[in-house]
Structures are given as C-alpha cells and as structure tokens.
Design a protein around this ligand. Structure first.
Ligand SMILES: Cc1cc2nc3c(=O)[nH]c(=O)nc-3n(C[C@H](O)[C@H](O)[C@H](O)COP(=O)(O)OP(=O)(O)OC[C@H]3O[C@@H](n4cnc5c(N)ncnc54)[C@H](O)[C@@H]3O)c2cc1C
Length: 470
C-alpha cells in the first residue's frame, strides 16, 4: 500500500550551498576521485561545491557500483535490492537536490520469518506476541534487547564485546539459539564469532528507526525507476557543474611524483596527472594501487575483512509472498533471506506487471562460494523455493540473473575502529575514504553519503587547506 508522507523539513546541513572556493580561501586544483559508487559521487559533489576541478574515474562501464542497475526481462532495476527509510535524511536531502524526493513512493511493509518449515508473519506487535518459536519470556527478552539496543549511544563499548556474548546476555540462550544465531550465521557465516556487538546495535537501531514507533509497521521508499534514475540525475548534476566523468577507467596505479603531482595509470596506455586523489574503493585494492603508502597503512587496509554477496534477481509472473523480507532461521536453507521487492515497488507502473524477488547469500570475501557457477546457484535457489513455498513453480520465472560482489561491507570485528587506516594518508594529497570507515552504523546509502560528507568536511578539506596555505 502506498502512503502519503509529509514533505521532509529542510535540513540545515543539506549541501546545497553554492561553490565557494573564494569563501574557503583555497584555490581550485585538479582532483581525481577513484570509484564511481555513491561514496565517489558524494566526494565529487563535495569538491564541486567548493569550486574544485574534478575528474571521477569508475572501473565499470556505468556509474553506481553496488547501486547500479541491469536489465531483467523488459525491466531495468537495481542489481542489488535497495530501499530508503524515512529516517535516511542525508539521502533524502540529496534526492531533493536532484528534484527526485517529491516523486518517492512510500510503502508500508510486512516482515516474514521462515521458521521450522513454516512461513510466519512478524509485522506488528500482535504477531510478535503470537510468534510460535518463542515462549512469552523469550519474546519479552527479544523485544527488550531490540529496544535496549536502539537506545544505546556508546557504541564503542559494544565494539569491545562479541555479538554472541552480548546477545546471550540480553536475550538469553533460548532466543540466541532459536533466532539470533541462525540469523547471524545466515548473514555472516562463521565470521559471526569474530563480530562485535556493534554490528547488531547498528542493525537493530536502523530497523527500529524504520518503524514509525516501537513495534509498529515499517515504511520503506523508492524512487520510480530505481537507482538508475538517481544515478543518471546525479552524474548529470556533476557534469553540469564541470566534473569530468570517466567510465571503464580502472585506476591501476597512483604514484606521487617529485613535482608534487600524482601520476595515475589507467592501464590501457592512458596516464593522467592530478594534484590530489581521493580513493573510495575497497581497502585491500587501495593498498594494491598506491605503492607509496607506508607498510603500516597497507597492513591496515589489507587487514580489513569484508563480506561479499551472491545475489540472484528473479523476475516472476506471480508474487511468492506478502513480505518484503523473509528472515530465515532454518539452517538447511542456503539463502540469507528472501527479498520480495515488488511488495514495495509498484508492479504495474515499474515492473511491467511482473514481480521481482532477490535471493542473496552473504559470504566472507575469501569464501569460494563467491566464485561458484551461476548454474549451481540458480539450481540451489529454485529447489529451495520449491521446498519453502508450495505454490512456487519454475515456469513462473521470466528471467533469472546472478550478481556478485566481493567487497560489500567491512566486517565489524572486535575493536574494529581502532584498526582502521587514516583517511589522510602518509602520502600528502592522497586520501583513502571508503565505506570501511562506517563505524557507527551498518552499510547503506544514507550512512555512506553521511560518512563521506563528514570525513570530507572534517579531514580531507582541512588537510587540503593546510597544505595549500603553506
Ligand atoms: C545486496 C545489497 C543490498 C543493499 N541494500 C541496501 C538498501 O536496501 N538500502 C541502502 O541504502 N543500501 C543498501 N545497500 C548498500 C549500498 O549499496 C552501499 O551502501 C553503497 O552502494 C556503497 O557505495 P560505495 O561507493 O561505498 O561502494 P561501491 O558501490 O562498491 O563503489 C565502489 C566503486 O569503485 C569502483 N572501482 C573499484 N576499483 C576501482 C578502480 N581501481 N578504479 C576505479 N574504480 C574502481 C567499483 O566498480 C565501484 O563502482 C545494499 C548493498 C548490497 C550489496
């Protein structure tokens, strides 16, 4: 069901201020932003707003990274599922700047659980209270844990504790073993054992915010046309203000020369020179592309463990459930969750009357499953759906495609934030600013652009001003 949502109040920190190199007192110089995902686009936006000369280089043939789109049947939609929350204020500010926020469709969603071979609804307080796998005490402890997590401000304390220890303490062993452990294993595999309690804190806090109050309904939104629409407008916005946008341009090597400029090799004979470089790509790749970083910095970049994902997109003639997300606690199911995008995205106006389902499996970045064959994953998905849903049949599938990404989200291990490499590197003028620096939240677009802007304003720009003032 679509719901009218009040226009968001103007946010003072919306980055609509005019380009003002003079106001900042810093001259314009040539910047290269490496990576054309939302972090790279955000950094380019910050630089353009300060009157800088910006080039943004993306390795893939299109911009967007994890938010990029592809074609499924006759439908163009995101390769990986994306929704926006009412509380995603920075993202909504950006969409306002791009004249897209007023077009957003907001929808109430339902959440399902697949538990003991049964599909159960857990979308409101009454359903939560009836939820069969847990007794009343366990339900109270689960609800209490989520409420308590949503109120915690001191996330650094949680970073020191293992997620298992923390959840067993607050939810009890029964809830941990019936609910949390299967969910953690589905999302993180065995890596959950090294994960800190900050992971579950960030996750529950975001989901709690998604509900308008307490255990009530969730509101999720999307822009008609999906991220393809947002990316097209965003790249156009940058180009209109003078940014040079390069696709199919992987930065292979970044080297600082004696004259203080950076020589960037794009690997196909193209070499260009810049005054400053901001790399937004995954940390292990940053270590490989910038040989002049110190050994300690390279060690820190390479020490970050990521979660990757294999994610099928399935275009269907019929829906398979009424739930946007079906969480899975039965350990035989080889999927992290079932995501039915068409419970949010309008089937008639956006998906040609069809239904869109995503079937993700998150795996650690060194897991062999990330490189398995598409045929095997497809067969695994379809035979699993046949077992989970009596009415599911393969002849309802119009198109089926599999997307993979090795570096999706940095794993929130114990004391993670203390082991991060600095944004301002030991190579003057080279900045490493990527989503691995998210320490107070889980990975999502709002968090990525919020962090990008924060780190840019607090670290990158002041460092640049100091250097040019010398
Ligand atoms: C399955 C899934 C579901 C998600 N669901 C949601 C959701 O519902 N809501 C939400 O808000 N967020 C969601 N997200 C998260 C969101 O997609 C990310 O927060 C965001 O896209 C991260 O952007 P990024 O720029 O940091 O990284 P990326 O998107 O990974 O961008 C990095 C870019 O760098 C490029 N690159 C790599 N190496 C080089 C090189 N050498 N030279 C040049 N370019 C290079 C890559 O091609 C890529 O385009 C989801 C992500 C996934 C995977």
């Amino acid at each position: 069901m679509s719901v009218a949502v009040p226009t968001q109040p103007t946010n003072e920190s919306s980055t609509t201020q005019p380009a003002s190199a003079a106001a900042d007192g810093a001259p314009s110089s040539r910047w290269l932003v490496i990576g054309g995902g939302v972090m790279g686009l955000q950094v380019a936006r910050d630089l353009i707003q300060r009157g800088q000369n910006v080039t943004i280089a993306e390795a893939a043939p299109t911009f967007g990274g994890l938010t990029s789109a592809w074609q499924l049947g006759d439908v163009v939609w995101d390769r990986f599922y994306h929704v926006t929350l009412l509380s995603d204020t920075k993202l909504r500010d950006l969409l306002k700047d791009l004249d897209l926020e007023s077009q957003m469709d907001w929808v109430e969603t339902k959440t399902g659980f697949y538990s003991d071979g049964q599909l159960l609804s857990m979308s409101n307080t009454a359903e939560f209270l009836k939820f069969p796998p847990l007794n009343l005490i366990e339900k109270l402890r689960l609800g209490g844990t989520i409420f308590y997590a949503s109120k915690i401000k001191n996330w650094r304390r949680l970073e020191k504790l293992s997620v298992e220890k923390w959840l067993r303490r607050w939810s009890g062993n029964g809830v941990f073993e019936k609910i949390w452990q299967p969910l953690l294993k589905a999302k993180l595999g065995e890596a959950y054992k090294q994960t800190s309690a900050a992971f579950i804190w960030a996750h529950t806090a975001r989901m709690y915010k998604a509900r308008r109050s307490g255990m009530k309904t969730e509101m999720f939104g999307y822009v008609p046309g999906g991220y393809a629409t947002i990316l097209e407008k965003w790249v156009q916005w940058l180009e209109d203000r003078g940014a040079k946008t390069l696709v199919s341009s992987p930065a292979k090597e970044v080297r600082k020369l004696e004259d203080g400029t950076f020589r960037v090799d794009f690997g196909d004979g193209r070499v260009e020179t810049f005054d400053n470089v901001v790399s937004t790509i995954a940390s292990p790749v940053i270590a490989d592309t910038v040989p002049q970083l110190s050994d300690e910095e390279k060690k820190r970049h390479r020490g970050i463990r990521y979660l990757g994902v294999v994610c099928a997109s399935m275009l269907m003639k019929k829906p398979i459930s009424e739930y946007y997300v079906t969480n899975i606690t039965d350990t035989w199911v080889p999927l992290t969750a079932v995501i039915e995008m068409s419970t949010i995205v309008n089937s008639e106006s956006q998906l040609g009357g069809n239904h869109l389902v995503y079937l993700p499996k998150y795996l650690p970045d060194d897991h062999e499953g990330l490189n398995g064959s598409d045929e095997d994953y497809k067969e695994k998905c379809l035979s699993t759906l046949e077992k989970m849903y009596d009415h599911f049949s393969r002849d309802q599938v119009i198109d089926f495609k599999i997307a993979r990404a090795k570096y999706v989200a940095a794993l929130a291990t114990i004391d993670y934030s203390t082991r991060l490499p600095n944004v301002v590197s030991s190579v003057p003028g080279f900045y490493a600013l990527n989503s691995a620096h998210i320490v107070k939240g889980n990975l999502n677009v709002n968090e990525t652009i919020t962090l990008g802007e924060e780190k840019f304003v607090e670290e990158v720009w002041p460092d640049y001003q100091r250097r040019v003032a010398k």
